[in-house]
Design a protein around this ligand. Structure first.
Ligand code: ACM
Ligand code: ZN
Length: 632
């Protein structure tokens, strides 16, 4: 296979994380028939701790070579690099020990205390490109940064040489937990897509994949001890052609054909793929609520004996709950957690604990008996007791349980344990004060299933509105946060619930670009963040992501409208887009706006029922879409 065929087949077959792109660069360089390019600006997401850019460039030419110091052939950055090459039948040009190398990877033999476990230094000077770190993970992130310095069209174009700006980047993360969550229960996603998701995470230095594997709408873990979970609990009647909120009920005898579960081999494959990108996979098993799929398969684990169905659309309130008074439930939980621990080597296992409606417990003689036996006075604390049984089982095997923030209100998970704060920042602070380590993913900033732009111009979503600027405003510990609380915060993540998301393309659309905001909010110190700079960098990343085939939402340019009543017939209209340097041109006579139309300069009065047509123009370039709105 020749170099170009290799490069293009890589793009066609699957997106590969950064190192391949680096290699594509070398290969394109080797191709030597293309043009020369000089990179002028450095636009890295997440923003590094420090970038010192100097005058001058280092040019990678057709004789580019690589060397390694301190990292063995089996270390993960090197293996990653070598495997990528071998897959493409390419032998890298390795420098001999006496040769000067263009690119050098160095695992520090003396620890650089600034960098910790994930930091790195990337130095581009007259001597070449030098990547150094204390760990392999740090080296991997140095690569990811180097990839972002390369031209964004590197995998589409070929260059005979690439000149990179001389600079020194010193970088390390603000938080250890930089996560992204994916719900594969409401809609099922293939291994191929999950790998693409992991690639994306790795490109932006996210390191925890929270895999939401069980819920009312489907059970996605393989189980040998409870085979009906897969025969019954993993499948529902197919209503994928209907909107989530409007699914027709099942017909009598209709076969359940939508869904599936991951096999043991697929899970092992995903864990390995993630690990090769510095990502830990954290499985979630929902307890004790959100369990219709369990009860459809094993109704004896419920308070009332069932029967239970797997719901086809919205399921609220989610009344299905495992019976806390039934010893079979305790056995079931331990058995499932044992199976999970066999499959997943992660330090953390998530055991849910959110939105458990306990009406069934109140009415259940077995649950009431359990409360009496254990001197528990209300059903909330019965949930706490049940969750602690599961948490203790995990701790006994050396794992750390994670629970959603309701777990704190229920009497806690015991220690050590981590609380995931989703209902709001305050719930996270309460958990910290109760002594837990905390991961933040509040709905206000981190729920990427929410609308990201004016809902009237967007595909149906679950509700809410988290624009890119809003997602970027996420900070679990703003300056001035009590230091004892701040010390308990191990990080945060974005969550992608998939009720309204049933294709990989739509998932990408909801993730991008907001996932990049999560990345910068979790990696970069508050004082290194700047919305205007971040928004500029998004334009560069957009090109990069498009070249890798990702779907991307341009919602930052979509106008948002606010109206204030002036009188019965008139409102005062405010129009906003959140991108600096965007002008809004509009018409009120139904003609298509151009750059000769009226330009919006501030709120104005307008009659209800008027039709306004809007053209955003960014840096003198009209956007593709004209937005039409009838004033209410
Ligand atoms: C949640 O969104 N119910 C954790
Ligand atoms: Zn019960």
């Amino acid at each position: 296979m020749n170099i170009h065929a290799f490069v293009h087949s890589r793009i066609r077959t699957s997106m590969q994380a950064g190192l391949v792109v680096v290699l594509c660069c070398f290969l394109a360089v080797v191709a030597s028939c293309g043009r020369n390019v000089t990179v002028k600006n450095i636009n890295i997401i997440p923003e590094p701790v420090s970038i010192e850019q100097r005058a001058g460039v280092y040019t990678l030419g057709s004789d580019a070579n690589i060397s390694f110091r301190g990292v063995g052939q089996n270390s993960f950055p090197v293996k990653y690099l070598m495997n990528s090459l071998r897959q493409g039948h390419i032998q890298p040009s390795l420098a001999t020990s006496s040769e000067k190398s263009d690119i050098e990877l160095i695992l520090n033999d003396t620890v650089d205390s600034r960098l910790g476990d994930e930091g790195y230094v990337l130095d581009i000077s007259a001597a070449g490109i030098r990547l150094s770190a204390n760990t392999e993970q740090g080296l991997f992130y140095a690569y990811q940064t180097l990839v972002q310095i390369l031209p964004s069209d590197i995998i589409e174009d070929s260059y005979s040489s690439i000149s990179l700006p001389m600079c020194t980047i010193v970088d390390y993360p603000r938080y250890a937990w930089r996560g992204a969550h994916l719900d594969v229960c409401r809609h099922f996603f293939s291994v191929k897509f999950i790998k693409k998701y992991l690639d994306l995470m790795a490109n932006y230095k996210l390191n925890r994949f929270h895999w939401h594997l069980t819920d009312d709408h489907g059970w996605r873990l393989p189980s040998e001890k409870y085979p009906l979970l897969n025969e019954i609990g993993s499948w529902r009647v197919d209503r994928d052609d209907q909107p989530w909120g409007k699914a027709n009920p099942p017909k009598p005898g209709e076969e359940a054909t939508y869904g599936g579960f991951y096999t043991k081999q697929e899970i092992a494959d995903i864990i390995k793929y993630a690990a090769a990108r510095g990502i830990e996979v954290i499985p979630e098993v929902e307890l004790p609520g959100h369990c219709s799929a369990i009860l459809a398969a094993y109704p004896h684990l419920s308070c009332d004996g069932g029967p239970y169905d797997i719901p086809l659309g919205p399921y609220w309130p989610p009344r299905a709950i495992l019976c806390a008074g039934n010893d079979s439930t305790l056995l079931f939980i331990n058995d499932i957690l044992d199976e999970v621990m066999e499959l997943f080597p992660s330090q953390y296992i998530h055991i849910g604990g959110d939105e458990a409606f306990k009406d069934n417990w109140k009415a259940c003689p077995k649950c009431r008996h359990r409360m009496k036996e254990k001197h528990i006075h209300d059903v909330e604390h019965l949930q706490g007791w049940l969750m602690r049984q599961a948490a203790d089982h995990l701790r006994d095997k050396g794992r750390i349980p994670i629970g959603w923030d309701e777990s704190v209100d229920c009497g806690g998970l015991g220690f050590p344990a981590v609380i995931m704060a989703w209902r709001g920042l305050q719930q996270g602070y309460n958990a910290a004060r109760a002594g837990y380590q905390v991961i933040f993913c509040p709905t206000e900033y981190c729920y990427l299933d929410y609308y990201q732009a004016n809902p009237r111009f967007e595909p149906a979503a679950i509700g809410g509105l988290i624009t890119l600027a809003k997602a970027y405003a996420f900070d679990p510990a703003p300056l001035g946060t009590n230091h004892r609380v701040a010390e308990c915060i191990i990080g945060g993540q974005c969550n992608l619930w998939t009720e309204y998301i049933n294709t990989p393309e739509h998932a990408e659309y909801m993730l991008l670009p907001r996932m990049l905001a999560t990345s910068e909010c979790m990696w970069s110190a508050t004082q290194n963040k700047s919305w205007n700079h971040f928004r500029k960098k998004i334009e560069y990343q957009k090109t990069r992501l498009a070249s890798k085939g990702y779907n991307f939402c341009e919602g930052s340019f979509t106008p948002l409208f606010r109206t204030a009543v002036v009188d019965d017939n008139t409102v005062n209209l405010t129009i906003e887009t959140e991108v600096p340097n965007t002008y809004i041109f509009y018409t009120l006579d139904s003609t298509t706006p151009t750059q000769n139309s009226s330009v919006y300069i501030g709120p104005f009065n307008i009659k209800r029922g008027s039709r306004i047509k809007i053209l955003p123009v960014f840096k003198d370039v009209p956007r593709d879409t004209v937005y039409e709105y009838i004033i209410k």
